[in-house]
Design a protein around this ligand. Structure first.
Ligand code: PLP
Length: 446
């Protein structure tokens, strides 16, 4: 596999972009390949190498790289009418109506420009609405590059920043707990329930190997927040309109949050974010309320047109059936391969998300294990070995994944997300042949 051109571009990039990239996760070792173009379920790099793509822009590209004619025409037509106005446009109303129609917990939407901006705004809104300052987040959860959540700490303790440049005082307002630990979150609320504005959680730890919720955990979050007058915020930036189809992960798991953050799929590949919830809370945002929130690009017509047409296309076609069925096929194929090659490893993921976690121990006899990825089923023989939280994922062979496995997959023409932690995604453009080819590559690389 030649990569002279990527190497040359990286060399130039190192002089003008810190680390040669515009976002740190892209800095794969020894150097990233530069993408020249997307093609359905594939990307082609600057040296002409073609890969089956499971990165899919880190989640937004539900339909793959080639947009259906209707979606592309709508974007072109919006572009011809001018990219943006700084005044309201009909598409904002239409996309907000679409979201409110399908996501039960959402009545109103404030559009922003990224997932980070959505979670930042949701945290401010929760604080403004409740008049409290503390938030609770999950260890290993990711909510973007925002100061309130780039925080680590021991369970239930006051957090400290995980990045330079974040004042200790900011981090002290954040309490971290392990995902899937009902006792830990209950204890935090027992101790300081009246100081807590919100629990902010991804329904699936999409940035921590796609670890799913154990039975009753999301319900516990709903219960403790209700009992103590705090808000439950589901960060569905990754899972929104991907897991659980049009009802999102909250519909799939049957737990309604107070606020929902969205991004990725609702922009159809263009920058976007949103905070949704009941009018009573969302109207606390300016101009109706006193929680300041604003943005030059907010509700950007191009992003919203791409998102609306993507979702309309998904609603009218078999998009979710297709991606979810391929997800099942891929995860069960991986489960079979692991039984043979690495029985200690765990397959995770729901619907069109998937990952293989290089866990170090497995059951003696996997007979009767979850067939298409971990479902956190207490009756599954793997249950005690399946990762439940970020500490379990940290304890996996993360270096092996990144340094040996990722390059071996790339060598075979499969583009996976850069490390053990980030989820991988199927799109409407992937085919059964892609999945078969991918399973062969896994067999080789494992
Ligand atoms: N929240 C979650 C769950 C995410 O997965 C991400 C990004 O991956 C973010 C927030 C931040 O979104 P963005 O990168 O659009 O700022």
């Amino acid at each position: 596999m030649h990569d002279d051109r990527s190497r040359e571009l990286y060399d130039r990039a190192l002089s003008v972009l810190p680390g040669g990239v515009s976002s740190p996760v892209r800095a794969t070792r020894p150097y990233p390949f530069f993408v020249e173009r997307g093609d359905g379920a594939h990307v082609v790099d600057a040296d002409g190498n073609k890969y089956v793509d499971y990165v899919m822009g880190y989640g937004p590209l539900l339909l793959g790289h080639d947009l259906p004619q209707a979606v592309e025409s709508a974007i072109q037509s919006q572009l011809a009418d001018g990219p943006m106005y700084g005044a309201p446009a009909e598409v904002e109303v239409e996309l907000a109506e679409f979201i409110a129609r399908h996501v039960r917990s959402v009545e109103m939407v404030r559009f922003v420009n990224s997932g980070t901006e959505a979670t930042t705004s949701a945290v401010r809104l929760a604080r403004g609405y409740t008049g409290r300052d503390k938030i609770v987040v999950m260890q290993g959860g990711y909510h973007g590059a925002q100061p309130s959540t780039l925080v680590e700490g021991k369970s239930g303790g006051i957090g400290s920043p995980i990045s330079d440049g974040i004042p200790e005082a900011f981090a002290e307002e954040t309490i971290t707990v392990p995902f899937n630990d009902a006792e830990a979150v209950r204890a935090v609320f027992e101790e300081r329930g009246d100081e807590i504005a919100a629990v902010l959680a991804e329904p699936i730890l999409g940035n921590c190997a796609s670890v799913g919720p154990v039975e009753g955990y999301l319900e516990t979050l709903r219960e403790v927040t209700d009992d103590h007058g705090a808000l439950l915020v589901f960060d569905e930036v990754m899972t929104g309109f991907r897991v659980g189809g049009l009802q999102c992960a909250q519909g799939k798991f049957g737990v309604e949050p107070d606020l929902t953050t969205l991004a990725k799929v609702i922009g159809g590949g263009f920058p976007v974010g949103a905070v949704g919830g009941p009018a009573e809370i969302i109207e606390q945002f300016t101009p109706t309320g006193d929680v300041f929130q604003a943005g030059t690009y907010s509700g950007h017509p191009l992003s919203l047109t791409a998102g609306l047409e993507t979702l309309r296309f998904a609603a009218k076609n078999d998009v979710y059936d297709h991606v979810n069925e391929l997800g099942e096929t891929l995860r069960s194929g991986l489960t079979d391969i692991l039984e043979d090659r690495a029985p200690e490893y765990t397959v995770t993921g729901h619907d069109s998300m998937f990952k293989v976690v290089f866990t170090r121990e497995g059951p003696r006899d996997p007979e009767g294990q979850c067939e298409a990825g971990c479902r956190q089923d207490p009756d599954c023989p793997r249950y005690d070995h399946c990762p439940k939280n970020s500490a379990d994922v940290d304890a996996a062979e993360t270096e092996r994944w990144e340094r040996l496995f990722w390059p071996a997959m790339r060598e075979q023409g499969v583009f996976l997300t850069a490390n053990q932690y980030e989820s991988q995604f199927l799109s409407y453009a992937h085919t059964e042949e892609d999945v078969e080819e991918t399973l062969e590559a896994y067999k080789e690389a494992l």
